[in-house]
Design a protein around this ligand. Structure first.
Ligand code: SAM
Ligand code: SF4
Length: 340
């Protein structure tokens, strides 16, 4: 045979090769929604609340174990549990423990609205949680209540300070960037991070098929905030290839940082390192794509080999970028369906 290598050998990945898409992006980050149910009514996401019967077919802890093992064997290092509201799953500590104890997973994070933070966080930390992202869309309690449907801002701020004092988990705070609150929230966020070692990130409002009216009223590009930060002496940190989607700004007078997540920026998708799986085991290659792929059979049969083959077959089809700039949100009615 000499040096002959067949076409099949050239193009078929070994079953344990790291997941890499057709644009040479290494996919090392899995965002896993564990429920699409939510108890909040954020005006940009679920303005009428969760109005269906709670599904009975959410992935079980055993299925999650198979899923995460398969991804970890293909190079995934970080898993974010999201939703809907992940803290509504009673077995959340068992899920965190399962993910944290999977060989190859370095980081287990959660995105939560914070409603149950004070009550549950000790269980999450004991189970091995490494990072908590929670939202504070406004520092004005009335505006917070108006946006989310829950008047809990003072309690949430106290619970976040307790997590900071505990020190076991990194905490990041997200705020959706809306035109009418942008300047007030920036100035309050600057006060907030002056003495707290917290990353406070503004996320540009993304259009979904459900929120177009509000989107067109409230969407602004983050450049207006960036200009203000630069004027005040904040500086952007150089980006490393392992960084997430935020551009981080620092200032020597402040303990914390300000992050900007700008999905409408032309280069946003170039460094994408993630795929998503919803609470029923459907793979979404992009938050805004127009197809998803069912992984459930391999999960139900605990067949990691089949799962890995399926991932190697599907991942090359990950789209190069989303089409939000063309007002095309794909299948995404609201982010509670797959997780932000
Ligand atoms: N319920 C949890 C929470 O609120 O953190 C997890 C799920 S939520 C979909 C995750 C993140 O997506 C939150 O920070 C939320 O503000 C953000 N989000 C939801 N809809 C969005 C939109 N249309 N544009 C930008 N961010 C959005
Ligand atoms: Fe629920 Fe999070 Fe959506 Fe708000 S953003 S409605 S908390 S899923």
């Amino acid at each position: 045979m000499g040096n002959f290598v067949s076409q099949t050998q050239l193009h078929t990945p070994n079953q344990d090769d790291a997941l890499t898409d057709a644009y040479a992006r290494r996919l090392t980050y899995l965002r896993l929604s564990i429920t699409d149910v939510c108890n909040f009514r954020c005006d940009y996401c679920l303005p009428n609340g969760y109005d269906k019967k709670r599904p009975t077919d959410e992935l079980s802890v055993d299925e999650i174990a198979t899923l995460v093992r398969g991804f970890a064997e293909l190079g995934t290092k970080k898993v974010r549990l999201t939703g809907g509201e992940p803290s509504l799953r009673r077995d959340l500590p068992a899920i965190i423990d399962t993910v944290a104890n999977t060989n190859g997973i370095d980081k287990v994070c959660i995105s939560t609205n914070g409603y149950r933070l004070g009550k549950q966080v000790q269980d999450w930390l004991e189970a091995g949680l490494s990072q908590i992202n929670t939202s504070i869309d406004s520092f004005d309690p009335d505006v917070f209540a108006q946006i989310t449907g829950h008047d809990i801002l003072p309690k949430l701020l106290g619970d976040i300070d307790d997590v900071l004092a505990d020190g076991r988990a990194v905490i990041k705070i997200n705020a959706i960037l809306k035109a009418q609150h942008a300047n007030a929230t920036l100035s309050q966020a600057l006060d907030y991070v002056r003495h707290r070692p917290v990353s406070f990130r503004f996320i540009e409002f993304m259009q979904t098929t459900d929120n177009s009216d509000l989107f067109f009223r409230e969407h602004i590009r983050s450049q207006t905030l960036i200009d203000q930060l630069l004027d005040m002496g904040w500086q952007a940190l150089p980006r490393r290839h392992t960084d997430g989607p935020a551009i981080t700004y620092t200032h020597s007078d402040y303990a914390g940082t300000i992050g900007i997540i700008a999905p409408y920026a032309p280069t946003f998708c170039e460094s994408c390192n993630r795929v998503r799986v919803n609470a029923q085991g459907k793979l979404h290659m992009c938050l805004f794509d127009s197809v998803n792929f069912d992984l459930r059979e391999a999960l139900q049969t605990n067949d990691t080999t089949a799962l890995k083959q399926q991932l190697h077959t599907l991942i090359p089809a990950k789209p190069e970028h989303h089409f939000l700039h063309d007002d095309d949100s794909g299948l995404m009615h609201n982010l509670s369906l797959v997780g932000g």
